[in-house]
Design a protein. Structure first.
Lengths: 127, 405
């Protein structure tokens, strides 16, 4: 079986699927990847006045590992500050999900999506 | 009737061994174990007889004679033997080869190797249905062309090439035609004479026979085709392919061929009905679908669909009770999407969203209904997870989006 138990779990029960209001100043939206690459991740964070991520949602077009990586990312983001979130590394995601070498790029995309969402929120809030 | 899970819908990848084939093989794995090349005792003679019977049966399936059949380890080896063998034998006559971008790697890679060695190769681009026309071949032919190699039916999308017209053209121009007929043999009628075929590759494990054995038809008359053999050794198969014959495998292939020959017409009709039932069941429950392949000139058992906005590997994971395959990059070792779909002009996004359903002898109507239900459910669930589906629903034209790759 090429998939770890954790990937299978996230795939069968993805956490935090959905969308936040992208027009809100509290929400940062990151969309990375491209349809022709077979991977598109949309990650959104909702940040309170203290800079803490109170909600996170994702939608992903991609394989089981990509879906699992984005699902895990939203789990890890909730409750962290924006600053802590910038320190999340793809290697941590890859390790947690036991991604094989050929699927490492899914974790890279998840990290990119996190950074894109944070950047979007920062731009909206002049941070 | 209860449906046994998981349901196997990947018959173009391989087929189960038909119980009748297994029965025919068993003596040759037990008491009749002789080497077909042992000329001096009854063990060898019996093995040789069995091989010759199988040879006749395979020949009958394609309208050839037993003497025209060379046994190999499979269609890949047959393709290599045909292409490299002809290229080497006829290199003083010319150095140009014509093939098509949608061929199996077992044809593309030998052609690439020849190109690197100095041969000129024309890689024809098919139409949007994956079909190459006789006119395209005609335009590409030169006086240096020594071989046209075009598959009879495509393994991914099932599209049938007009081999009979291409064969007649090649005959007129004095160019040899090789066809990789691995997916066509046993499913649709093949006649090497009326189709003007000079070399033909096929494989046992695609026709309910065992893995590890295949054949290459090599025309002996009109014209007599010669090859430089690729497996040197004891001179087996009239010097064309050395190596002790896989007697049990060959017997199995012969039995499989005989069953196909007698059941092909009825089975073809049955499979077409099953395939269309599956297709209708899916279409009834979903939108944003694309059929990949020719609507009518197609194998009776093959259905390749792209499900927009969801990715193939994730779809297969969701549909865990059916076994299918996908053109998605995630499912290939090279991380490239299907080269067949690409060659047809299907965008990479839809290639990543493609699933191939290939039905077989042992599939039933109940299985089609169950499978259609699973497909519809899985696609709907994944579309709920899909940012592309969300954007499409909002009226965004995905082609206008600037993606951050």
């Amino acid at each position: 079986m090429p998939y770890s138990e954790k990937v299978l779990d996230h795939f069968a029960n993805p956490r935090n699927v959905g969308s936040l209001d992208k027009s809100s100043a509290r929400v940062g939206t990151g969309i990375v990847g491209a349809p022709e690459c077979g991977d598109v991740l949309k990650l959104q964070i909702e940040v309170d006045d203290g800079g803490r991520i109170v909600d996170a949602k994702f939608k992903t077009f991609g394989c089981g590992s990509a879906i699992a990586a984005s699902s895990l990312a939203t789990e890890w983001l909730k409750g962290r500050t924006v600053h802590e979130a910038t320190e999340l590394k793809n290697t941590q995601i890859a390790e947690e999900l036991s991604l094989p070498p050929v699927k490492i790029h899914c974790s890279v995309l998840a990290e990119d999506a996190i950074k894109a969402a944070i950047e979007d929120w920062k731009k909206k809030n002049n941070r | 009737m209860a449906v046994r899970l998981p349901i196997y819908l990947d018959n173009n990848a391989t087929t189960p061994v038909d119980p009748r084939v297994l029965e025919a093989m068993i003596p040759y794995l037990t008491s009749e174990f002789g080497n077909a090349a042992s000329r001096n005792h009854v063990f060898g003679w019996k093995a040789e007889e069995a091989v010759e019977r199988a040879r006749e049966r395979i020949a009958a399936l394609i309208g050839a004679e037993a003497k025209d059949i060379v046994f190999t380890s499979g269609a890949t080896e047959s393709d290599n033997l045909a292409i490299k063998g002809v290229a080497a034998m006829y290199k003083d006559k010319g150095n140009h080869i014509i093939t098509c971008l949608t061929e199996h790697k077992a044809v593309l890679d030998p052609c690439k190797r020849l190109e690197e060695a100095g041969y000129a190769v024309t890689w024809l681009r098919p139409d949007e249905f994956g079909r190459v026309s006789a006119e395209q071949v005609d335009e590409a032919l030169t006086d240096k062309t020594i071989l046209v190699t075009l598959m009879a039916a495509n393994n991914e999308i099932g599209t049938l090439h007009p081999i009979d017209r291409i064969g007649r053209l090649c005959k007129q121009r004095g160019v040899l035609l090789h066809t990789d007929a691995t997916q066509a043999v046993g499913k649709v009628p093949i006649s090497v004479d009326s189709m003007g075929i000079d070399l033909l590759s096929c494989s046992a494990h695609k026709i309910y026979g065992p893995k590890g054995v295949g054949a290459l038809y090599v025309r002996r008359r009109g014209p007599r085709v010669r090859l430089v053999c690729q497996m040197d050794g004891g001179g087996h198969e009239r010097g064309m392919r050395s190596g002790t014959l896989n007697v049990p495998g060959i017997v199995g292939m012969g039995a499989a061929a005989e069953i196909c020959r007698t059941e092909m017409t009825a089975e073809g009709a049955r499979l077409t009905a099953l395939r269309d039932r599956l297709h209708q069941g899916i279409v009834a429950g979903l939108d944003h679908l694309k059929l990949n392949g020719h609507p009518t000139e197609r194998l009776p058992n093959t259905l390749n669909l792209s499900f927009a906005y969801v990715e193939g590997e994730a779809l297969m994971m969701k549909m865990k009770d059916i076994a299918v395959s996908s053109g998605s990059a995630c499912t290939s070792a090279s991380l490239e999407p299907s080269h067949v779909l690409r060659a047809m002009g299907v965008g990479d996004d839809l290639a990543h969203s493609s699933i191939r359903f290939s039905l077989g002898r042992f599939n039933t109507e109940e299985e089609m209904d169950f499978a259609a239900g699973q497909v519809v459910k899985a696609v709907k669930e994944l579309r709920q997870l899909s940012p592309l589906y969300e954007m499409a629903q909002e009226g965004v034209d995905l082609k206008d989006v600037k993606w951050k790759k």
